[in-house]
Design a protein around this ligand. Sequence first.
Ligand code: HEM
Length: 140
Amino acid sequence: MPGNMASSNAPTNYKYLMPLRKEISQHAGDEFPHSKHLPLLDSIMQESARLNSSETITLRRKATSKYTFSDGMKVEKGRTVYAPLRAMGRDLSHFHDPESFIGDRFLQSGNLKPKDSTKGSEYTDITAKYPYWGYGIDSW
Ligand code: HEM
């Protein structure tokens, strides 16, 4: 993560440093602090993963039989398909201002609470919108 943050966005990212240190120091004594207590850290990890995915493509799947997607796209038996992870992370229809690093993008605006406060971490969530961990039974 530090490598991801130390990019051309470094001056902008600096503003997250003090709030992040404060959030982490509040749980310094906890052996395994739950990520729901570290919402800014979780959001920054999500944002780092969104902008700097370790893989450009993901979700490699080989069709064992002819398959037709719900939108009509056909895949012949034996063909391999992929999801364009990096492009999905920068898709304007899913992420506003997608080229910018916005450390609190995944928090409610104006405070350090997760967008969905009933959930602990979203970084580890498996989603079709951004399948960083893959999807379905193959994602770990
Ligand atoms: C940032 C770290 C990681 C990322 C982004 C990542 C991502 C992925 C992705 C994209 C897949 C493919 C899932 C699919 O095709 O649907 C996968 C599978 C898997 N990952 Fe990770 N992974 C990470 C770390 C780890 C670690 C630390 C372990 C184990 C200690 C691990 C174990 C596995 C296993 C066992 C599979 C399933 C392989 C299979 O069924 O063929 N991953 N991971």
